[in-house]
Design a protein around this ligand. Structure first.
Ligand SMILES: Nc1ncnc2c1ncn2[C@@H]1O[C@H](COP(=O)(O)OP(=O)(O)OP(=O)(O)O)[C@@H](O)[C@H]1O
Length: 429
């Protein structure tokens, strides 16, 4: 399919992704590239309809003045030069900016508004089929947004040629492994290998209190489990990954070329040398979600809040024990249920519970109790660099406290963490 494109050339701006998003919202596909693109790189991109030179103040990158490459200027397509604070200032008001952009994209470049999810999915299905042929593809499916959308897309494209491996390491949220099995195996008919690795992980983690060490063990053990499963399957040539556009671009520097240093399932031994299939690598996160919905994934999966790689393991502070981990999982489920009831789901960016390894005295069933506290955390952020605290209504906090202290084993106290980032980080470990 012919897909018209506008190239955004990073001339030291911090607003590359911003402009890219705005143009994609007009229905025209955009890609962000560095200022020194070569002729060879340009010939690989088809249907370039126009170029936006997106400059920052004085067009500096890493302390040096920069100019767009001759290859870019010699393309013979319309060029729009914008500076956010400099010579050709970009209009401050959204309406003016959109008007200017629309004129350039549609009147000057004559680009067609053919960027939508339906076309994207059709295009990717055909590209995946072309890349893979009748080969076999392996995917580590966490149940998170990115790998779930990759799975759905690959199932549509190649069906049973895809094998998904879902690892239950015991650190997932309540009902998550069941949802993955239900959606992908039962509803979508996928080839899904469900690995119960709970004992393997929790045994390795027993007695380990240092947060860095915990993360390391979880990461390494995941690779080993995945490797074991990969070796059991025969003739797998391809590894699918949920790489998305923000993983690839780094706005504001000349390094837009650099691909993220870690492969999602990096650390696999060299003899397991797969060719990568990365169908989402040109999508922004909200486009990934739209793609997931268009492919029929449930909203609860597509809009799920961010969840750390090491899962609940970093919310069970210090050395993980099975009973305290259950207290994290059960209290987290209650918090999510009550937030959904109060209309806070989808409004608050991230919310979860933490159970530290301390106990305090309480009274339960007319008897002295000596049990853990559950700490609630609910934060909002735009970029995860800073975060503010959600002002959760008191009656919601009280309802959550009542349920957690009555329903979760081993807990006699509930606290609300009021610390913004900075000074605190979002997660506790
Ligand atoms: N429990 C798991 N089972 C199978 N694969 C997993 C599991 N946890 C992580 N992965 C794989 O590792 C990748 C990176 O995990 P990470 O936790 O960093 O999530 P992510 O980059 O947000 O992606 P996703 O949205 O798919 O979870 C996932 O995309 C998935 O392929």
């Amino acid at each position: 399919m012919k897909q018209d494109k506008i190239l955004i050339i990073d001339m030291g701006s911090t607003k590359n992704t911003y402009i890219a998003r705005e143009i994609r919202d007009l229905g025209v596909f955009t890609e962000i590239h560095p200022h020194d693109m070569t002729r060879e790189e340009l010939t690989k991109i088809t249907n370039i309809k126009g170029i936006i030179l997106n400059g920052g103040e004085h067009r500096h990158v890493d302390g040096a003045d920069i100019e767009p490459s001759e290859a870019l200027l010699g393309m013979g397509v319309p060029v729009l030069s914008v500076d956010h604070d400099g010579m050709d200032p970009w209009p401050e008001s959204v309406e003016e900016r959109l008007k200017k952009m629309k004129e350039f994209v549609f009147d000057v470049c004559k680009a067609e508004a053919d960027w939508n999810m339906e076309n994207f999915i059709a295009e990717q299905v055909s590209q995946i089929q072309k890349q893979v042929g009748d080969g076999k593809v392996l995917l580590a499916l966490s149940g998170g947004v990115d790998s779930s959308v990759v799975a759905a897309l690959l199932i549509k494209a190649i069906g049973k040629q895809l094998t998904c491996v879902h690892v239950n390491h015991g650190l997932l949220r309540k009902d998550e492994p069941e949802q993955v099995v239900h959606v992908f195996k039962e509803e979508m008919g996928a080839n899904l290998v469900y690995v119960d690795a709970v004992d393997r992980f929790l045994d390795k983690l027993a007695g380990v209190a240092d947060p860095e060490q915990k993360r390391k063990i979880i990461g390494e053990e995941f690779i080993r489990v995945f490797e074991d499963e990969a070796r059991k399957l025969e003739d797998v040539d391809y590894l699918a990954q949920g790489t998305i556009y923000p993983d690839i671009i780094e706005s504001g520097t000349k390094t837009v070329k650099s691909v993220k240093s870690h492969h999602n399932v990096g650390g696999l031994p060299e003899d397991l040398d797969f060719e990568l299939v990365e169908p989402l690598k040109m999508l922004f996160k909200d486009e990934v979600r739209a793609c997931g919905l268009a492919l029929g994934l449930p909203e609860s999966m597509v809009y799920r809040q961010p969840f750390p790689g090491p899962g609940l393991g970093v919310r069970c502070i210090g050395a993980i024990t099975r009973d305290r981990l259950e207290a994290v999982r059960e209290s987290d489920a209650i918090l999510r249920e009550e937030f959904a009831k109060a209309g806070l789901e989808g409004k608050v960016w991230q919310y979860f519970t933490v159970v530290p390894d301390v106990k305090s005295v309480g009274v339960k069933d007319h008897k002295r109790s000596f049990e853990w506290p559950v700490i609630l955390r609910a934060v909002n952020t735009v970029d995860a660099m800073t975060a503010t605290i959600e002002r959760v209504p008191y009656d919601v906090l009280e309802a959550i406290t009542h349920r957690i202290t009555h329903e979760v084993k081993g807990v006699n106290r509930v606290l609300y963490d009021l610390t913004p980032k900075p000074v605190g980080t979002i997660e506790w470990e």
